[in-house]
Design a protein around this ligand. Sequence first.
Ligand code: URP
Ligand code: ZN
Ligand code: ZN
Length: 472
Amino acid sequence: MPHPEPLDLVVRGGTVINADWQGAADVLVGDGRVRALVEPGACPPDAIRRAGAAELDATGRLVLPGGVDPHCHVGFTSGEFTSLDDYHQATTAAVFGGTTTIVDFAIPRPGEHPADVVALQRAKAAEGLCDSALHACVVDWDDTVPEQLRAVVADGVVTVKMFTTYRGETMAEEKTILNVMTHLRDLGGMVVVHCEADHIITDVQERRASAGAIGAGHHATTRPELAETASVAEILAIAESVAAPVYFVHQSTPEAVDLVARARSRGVRAFTETVAHHLVLDDSAYAGPHPERFVCCPPLRSSTTVAGLRSRVFHGQVATIGSDHCCYDTAQKESARHDVRAMPNGLPGVETRMPVLFGELVVERGLPLGRFVAMTCANPARLNGLYPRKGVIAPGADADFALWDPAATHEVRATGLHMATDYTPYEGMRLTGRPRTVVVGGRVVVDEGRLTDPEPRGRHLASGPLGPALIC
Ligand code: URP
Ligand code: ZN
Ligand code: ZN
């Protein structure tokens, strides 16, 4: 045995895929962490047995870092609706889909304090099958906010989500965003922003409502692309003015991504996240029999916009791809389908993010595997201060990985998924490539479609320094 430290597991015969290195290697695991990557065959099976370690045969498999989902809402309350999962359910679904770390949100309801909500939400991490981190959220500015920001950063939560839409719920005024950016900059943190100019959207929605066109089938027209473009430009100007880093969540248009890329070329630390459904689905879904099942913000865009967004992924302008998972079911969606202003926004996707992106971007369109890992594992870890503990298979990293069968074909069916809902927006999609075995902290939790270790061992992850992202 070439390694002196005690081993619990050896993953043998696979091809390791990191963002910046790929090759045949055996992975040695001890005490929940990667101990070493060694030459294939350096650990023969009898030596593994003598060392008392378990063995996973990864022959023909790609060994990827566990996915890091940078955008996942668990049990999220918005308006009258609460999404239907808890940490155990959301992380169970995550691991089945090859994701082993989620970043959730601690979003205050009116009257709640951001730091209190962080404390409540972080206590739930222990219910998870895998680890989780949090984004805090600030809605209103008052004298207590600077101290609350210091408290949440001291608690390891260094990213703060802010919204330029949803007035009366979570929308923050621009001056509040500027204040939070400035304070977080000095604390080593970063604002992550949902950009859709609310005044534009409200005006369009009022006019659409007067014309009797405010049901789910009209959703895309009620939140136009230019509302996103205008808001991104404004927020970038604020970030540039105060020299603060900024991360744009779920960017859905090429124009929005280009604004961020141009700012980056001027030296602004600005990053684009996009989400799986904006890269794969389009607004034709709103003409189908169940438009409400596709209501999310920003809405699904035209096929031309989707193609433009995908080209930004291929050209290295997108740092991360999340799920924006919101686990509402069809009854919740249907109950308000007559008026998008009252609907629960968001789509279930923590389980499908990695397989859908693998099938649609890597297999169908030739995205290099390293780039796939960069956007779904390494960069989400880097930009949330979790790297190199997460998002990479390297000595010292947590032993979280997924053994992918790159040739396995399957059809996405809600009945075969584990999210706490009764539908998937990808119903019937045929995909190639899926995770067969998923390891969390050195334990096999999923194997060949079975949950092999349902014990919750999730930890809240305190974030370290942010970035840099690999834009490759
Ligand atoms: O439609 C969405 N995205 N719902 C979840 C909340 C948010 O805006 O991220
Ligand atoms: Zn959002
Ligand atoms: Zn979201």
